[in-house]
Design a protein around this ligand. Structure first.
Ligand code: G4P
Length: 530
């Protein structure tokens, strides 16, 4: 094994920040980049939030797309580690984008607003991470504001998110009384030095929390509260164990205020010490280890060029094993095609650069003229495919119609490419070939219509269709009388997805239950990977 490869793997930490919109993901990202010296001033990282009402939705979508290319990956160096932050959209209509990005991270930081507690989007995203045993750190933000009691919040995190938590830092006061943070990880105190709570003092090492210096620093009352809270913590919460954190069975919690730069360094210092290096990844035939000398990687995101005159796209590849090299022949496994990339890009906080080599954990941006689809695998020749980027059943469905008969080809191409990007899913009805678009959020229908018009000069309209869920159909015997009857009776509701898999577009939850009861040998799945 090459020692450079091994050294580079051990230096890499690739993670995502997940939160409900407004909890402080952008602010925290920015503060992490400031610590890493990757940016010089606050305000440099743009929020990728869809701002409702500010401008027309279309403009907002374009603005968001522009930002999301720029902030897809933010890399920086800190204490000798190479840290890659993968951006995840917070808007629920783009949840599927976030799920896919989560297949490329090795750990996550969950940001929670101290006043709002656990919110809907956080719940959904954490559930995905929990199912995959992704190691998670929790950051409770906005401690400078009045919020919930720290113990109540920990309870809420445990109950609503199903996590097993242990605090590694603890707030001294909250809101107006917020004085600072006791860092239980490094046993030191950090507190504000100014009334306005904008300047953070040096951290002061505290060997013994009972020492009188604590009283002098934060006052008798706060010192007593801190001591009794620490006692309670040690009797209630499990001791931190790095192994358990890495297995996804224990989640350390940090408190702070991203806006005021408080508690962020504690979080980052603990992160670089405990967060995992790139994990091995399962493929359809075997587990692939990062240390293997031959390169493998997979596409988890595709971004169309913002300039409609240049139709090329950027495919984001996570390097799983070996060294990716510029200008080298690689196998595009699905298409069984050899490809070579002359200008692969790496991403840094403020720029994109052409690189010669990339290592496991890194994200490489490859120019693509339409060869890639989300989930595609690249290797040095081995025929393996990485698993785990499933498509979920969409929530909203509509027939899509061509509004300009002269532009049928453009429309078909546009739809095809937008589906490759993962904007939505396309189903073709078995009976009459009509096309149904399925999306996670209603906003995507606007996105598709707008982009078809602006990028492909094609016009479409939508028509409502009564579909509740898409269920992927599995059967052991395609010729069995039961399956043939199912196909005949449900004909009207059957479609093929983009990959040619049979899908039952059920019109109600009741219909799914009835179908499952009646045709017990026909299995219905809510994702396309089963
Ligand atoms: P997001 O990416 O998770 O959606 O959240 P973002 O960082 O954009 O933060 C949402 C709002 O919360 C912003 O205010 C931000 O300034 C504020 N915020 C973030 N961290 C803290 C904190 O520690 N304390 C307090 N008090 N506020 C915090 P905004 O008014 O919506 O936007 P802006 O005009 O300040 O940018």
């Amino acid at each position: 094994m090459s020692t450079t490869l091994e050294k580079e793997i051990h230096r890499r930490k690739t993670f995502g920040i997940i939160s409900h919109p407004d909890a402080g993901k952008t602010t925290l990202t920015e503060k992490l980049l400031l610590f890493g010296g990757a940016i010089q001033e606050a305000g440099a990282v743009k929020s990728n939030k869809i701002k409702k009402g500010a401008t027309s939705d279309f403009m907002e979508i374009e603005r968001q797309r522009g930002i999301s290319v720029a902030t897809s990956v933010l890399a920086f160096e800190y204490k000798g580690k190479k840290i890659n932050i993968l951006d995840t959209p917070g808007h629920k209509d783009f949840a599927e984008d976030t799920y896919r990005t989560l297949t490329a991270v090795d750990s996550v930081i969950v940001v929670i607003d101290v006043a709002k507690g656990v919110e809907e989007q956080t719940e959904k995203l954490v559930e995905v991470c929990r199912m995959r045993n992704i190691p998670m750190l929790v950051f409770i933000n906005k401690l400078d504001r009045e919020g919930k009691d720290a113990f109540d919040l920990l309870d809420e995190v445990e109950q609503k998110l199903g996590l097993r938590v242990t605090p590694l830092s603890w707030p001294i006061g909250i809101g107006l009384d917020f004085q600072g943070i006791y860092n239980m990880w490094e046993k030191n105190l950090k507190f504000f030095t100014e009334e306005k709570k904008q300047k953070v003092g040096e951290s002061i090492e505290i060997k013994d929390i009972n020492a009188s210096v604590v009283d002098e620093l934060i006052g008798n009352a706060a010192a007593e509260t801190l001591r009794s809270e620490q006692e309670l913590i040690s009797s209630v919460y499990p001791e931190f164990s790095k192994e358990e954190y890495l297995r996804g069975t224990l989640q350390p919690v940090f408190f702070g205020s991203a806006l005021n730069n408080f508690g962020v360094q504690e979080l980052l210092d603990a992160f670089v010490e405990i967060a995992p290096n790139p994990f091995p990844k399962m493929s359809d035939i075997r587990l692939v280890n990062p240390e293997e000398p031959t390169f493998t990687g997979f596409v988890f995101k595709i971004h169309a060029n913002m300039d409609p005159k240049h139709r090329d796209r950027l495919a984001f590849v996570k390097v799983v094993s070996g060294t990716f090299r510029r200008g080298t022949n690689y196998l595009h496994v699905r298409q069984n095609k050899i490809m070579k990339f002359s200008s692969p890009a790496a991403f840094f906080a403020d720029k994109k650069e052409i690189i010669d080599e990339s290592y496991p954990g890194d994200i490489v941006g490859l120019h693509d003229t339409g060869n890639f689809r989300i989930g595609d695998t690249l290797t040095e020749g081995e025929k393996l495919s990485f698993k785990g980027i499933p498509y979920f059943s969409p929530e909203h469905f509509r027939f899509i119609n061509n509004e300009d008969p002269m532009k049928a080809k453009q429309l078909a191409k546009g739809i095809d490419q937008l589906m490759d990007e993962g904007v939505a899913q396309l189903f073709t009805m078995e009976m009459n070939g009509r096309k149904v678009i399925g999306t996670v959020g209603a906003l995507q229908f606007e996105v598709i219509q707008y982009r078809l018009e602006h990028e492909y000069s094609a016009k479409c309209s939508y028509e409502l269709v009564q579909i509740h869920k898409a269920c992927w159909v599995e059967t052991e015997d395609e010729k069995s009388p039961e399956f043939l009857e199912f196909k005949r009776i449900k004909q009207k509701f059957l479609a093929r997805d983009k990959f040619g898999q049979l899908v039952f577009l059920a019109d109600s939850a009741f219909s799914i239950t009835m179908t499952q009861e009646k045709y017990s040998s026909v299995k219905l799945h809510f994702t396309n990977e089963f």
